[in-house]
Design a protein around this ligand. Structure first.
Ligand code: KDG
Ligand code: MG
Length: 430
């Protein structure tokens, strides 16, 4: 008898009876997996890969869902290994987002069956709440200061700072009414603080000038410190655009402004580049939102080249895999700093909060509020109070999925922008 046949005879087994891939677009696209069990309990997982949603939907629908039917819903680790090792073609954002969705849905189910919020199964509460950072931005300093004040009024205790760069018409991370959520069904014309994907069949082209950015960024942080004082934790995302020596210069020049972190200073593929950056600066470094396995972090952890891990549950293979990454990071005093833009759905954010409230080495959680249409569809029960996010006390993840709302917001093609150098039009990292 094979192991699988042996397990099939186990008494009181709760099996997976169905798994649906739900692609919807309440203001932006999301890929959600809903797993149903013989006990009638369902679980949700987020598999959204911004701008490549249909690839992961197909991976799930065509290749993983057929393998799930009849499996033991409680055997989370075995299912993870079965999908990861079993694929032969390991790693990569599409594979790992698909595995993440299955893993997250199974944790949701296990916690619902236990009648507990998921964090209880991950070791219980380790802190009052998860410190969250919000996104302040402005085309210029007055607009940026208004945005910082608005975030402080909302209770944020840590704030990411992004601004326009003189000579460039639009820059990653800077809100504006002209690039408000395209097709946001709420009809919002408000500034987008966080939604770079535009609904269109082709990516929007932006332009970039590294020298102008490097001249401008330290002046912005000097002005923000002068205006808001030394206490407020400030973060900044360089969004993969610098060479190692440029990154080293930026880190060094920002040292007087005491950043909480400087994120994604160099492109993620060659992690050894961060050695050069680290040799020159004590500004804390965060990286990893485009990583997808523990292997991507090995060199960075063992050489202590970073301070914060940016992987979200959604893109790093789920709760099972991200938990392992955090445990490995803890050996080196490295903390969590989970990616939480709007393209991580409320399911992915809730999973991060259950993990974040439980682990010993929580650092900070990125938080960009989802649109009203998104929250109506997923009905999250996590709460943001006084700068802290709390996963709540509902059994499981505390997230729902409204099928009618999902059907009313079908998928629409959308892409992240691409970047070209202002100097000569060559392609650059966006
Ligand atoms: O889909 C891409 C976004 O998730 C990314 O651009 C957001 O860098 C980002 C961040 O730090 O939130
Ligand atoms: Mg980032």
């Amino acid at each position: 008898m094979t192991y699988a046949e042996d397990m099939a005879y186990a008494e009181d087994r709760i099996t997976i009876t169905a798994a649906e891939v739900l692609v919807s677009s309440p203001g932006r696209n999301f890929v959600t997996l809903r797993v149903t069990t013989s006990a009638g309990v369902t679980g949700l997982g987020d598999a959204t890969v911004n701008g490549r949603e249909l690839a992961v939907a197909s991976y799930l629908r065509d290749h993983l869902v057929p393998l799930l039917i009849g499996r033991d819903a409680h055997a989370i680790e075995d299912t993870w290994q079965y999908l990861y090792r079993g694929a032969y073609w390991r790693r990569g954002p599409i594979t790992m987002a698909a595995i993440a969705a299955v893993d997250t849905a199974l944790w949701d189910i296990k916690a619902k069956l236990a009648g507990m919020p998921l964090y209880q199964l991950l070791g219980g509460r380790s802190r009052r709440g998860c410190l969250a950072y919000g996104h302040a931005s402005g085309a210029d300093l007055p607009e940026l200061f208004d945005s910082v004040r608005a975030h402080l009024d909302q209770g944020y205790r840590a704030i990411r700072i992004q601004t326009g760069v003189p000579g460039l018409s639009s820059v990653y991370g800077v809100a504006s009414s002209s690039n408000a959520h395209v097709g946001d069904d709420t009809g919002a014309t408000s500034r987008y603080d966080h939604e770079p994907a535009r609904r269109s069949t082709m990516p929007v082209e932006e332009e970039w000038d590294t020298r102008a950015y490097l001249r401008h960024a330290p002046r912005v942080f000097e002005a923000v410190r002068n205006e808001f004082g030394p206490e407020l934790p400030l973060l900044h995302d360089a969004h993969h655009r610098l060479t190692p020596i440029q990154a080293a210069r930026l880190g060094k020049e920002l040292e007087p402004y005491d950043l909480f972190w400087l994120e994604d200073v160099t492109p993620a593929e060659n992690t050894a580049m961060l050695r050069r950056v680290r040799e020159h600066t004590t500004t804390p470094l965060a990286i990893g939102e485009v990583f997808n396995t523990i292997w991507d972090y090995r060199e960075l952890f063992e050489e202590q080249l970073i301070d914060y891990v940016r992987s979200p549950v959604t893109h790093a293979g789920g709760i099972t895999a991200l938990r392992r990454i955090f445990d490995y990071a803890a050996v080196y005093q490295i903390k969590s700093g989970v990616h939480g833009p709007t393209d991580v759905s409320p399911v992915g954010l809730a999973a991060a909060l259950h993990l974040g409230i439980a682990i010993p080495n929580f650092g900070i959680q990125e938080y960009m509020k989802h649109s009203a249409a998104t929250d109506e569809m997923f009905r999250p029960t996590y709460r943001f109070t006084d700068g802290l996010l709390d996963p709540g006390e509902e059994p499981g993840l505390g997230i729902g999925y409204d099928d009618e709302a999902g059907a009313a917001h079908p998928y629409e093609p959308a892409y992240l922008p691409v970047n070209r150098l202002k100097l000569d039009g060559s392609m650059h990292d966006w």
